[in-house]
Write a protein that binds this ligand. Structure first.
Ligand code: FMN
Length: 184
């Protein structure tokens, strides 16, 4: 069993005051000590997906994404929903790893959070379709939609809803378990 598991954390929002980015950091703060996190900050640097550029040594930001995924034991995604779907920037990142395969079997927790009562459920469903297509090991029980995020987390990024906090702690434990099983 590895002493430290390396989780790549991805926020699907580029917004400065993003609730999903705040949530991602709040989740990182809840994590057990055997999980260490690397925050992916390259979403805005990725070129638009183009199969002509999808070659072994593609554009540098794509190489970086692939390397970060390759070196991670698992992945955490927190994403908003835009126009009933996955934000284009996040989908673009996923498109860059469809053929390269770094996400294969990687334990993955996908969370959608929204101020709306629906919790970004359509983005979540669509994200899971793509993650399944690239053969990520999606942890379905641990992958949540969080409605009314602005009532469950304050502006400082503290989770102020105990049920949500409990669910997220359980998601992290599932992620750690799944990563450990992959490494055995
Ligand atoms: C153009 C646009 C489209 C949006 N579409 C949706 C949507 O389909 N579903 C939803 O729940 N929220 C939608 N929202 C609201 C976002 O959930 C909200 O802005 C949220 O704060 C964005 O996430 P973030 O705080 O992590 O950046 C939309 C917002 C914008 C600006």
């Amino acid at each position: 069993m590895k002493e430290k598991l390396n989780i790549l954390a991805i926020s699907g929002s580029l917004r400065n005051q993003s609730s999903n980015t705040l949530l991602m950091h709040a989740i990182i703060n809840l994590a057990p000590p055997n999980l260490t996190f690397e925050v992916y900050n390259g979403l805005n640097d990725l070129p638009h997906f183009n199969p002509d550029l999808d070659v072994e040594e593609g554009p540098l930001p794509v190489q970086n994404l692939r390397a970060q995924l390759e070196h991670s034991d698992g992945v955490l995604i927190c994403t908003p929903e835009y126009g009933n779907g996955v934000p284009g920037t996040l989908k673009n990142a996923l498109d860059w790893v469809v053929s390269s395969g770094e996400w294969l079997n990687k334990p993955t927790v996908a969370i959608a959070a929204s101020p709306s009562p629906m919790g970004g459920d359509k983005a979540h469903a669509s994200l899971l379709l793509t993650l399944n297509m690239i053969n990520a090991q999606v942890l379905h029980e641990a992958s949540l939609t969080i409605p009314h995020i602005t009532l469950k987390m304050n502006k400082q990024g503290d989770i102020i809803d105990s049920e949500t906090q409990h669910e997220l702690e359980n998601s992290l434990l599932s992620l750690a378990d799944a990563c450990n099983q992959m490494n055995n």
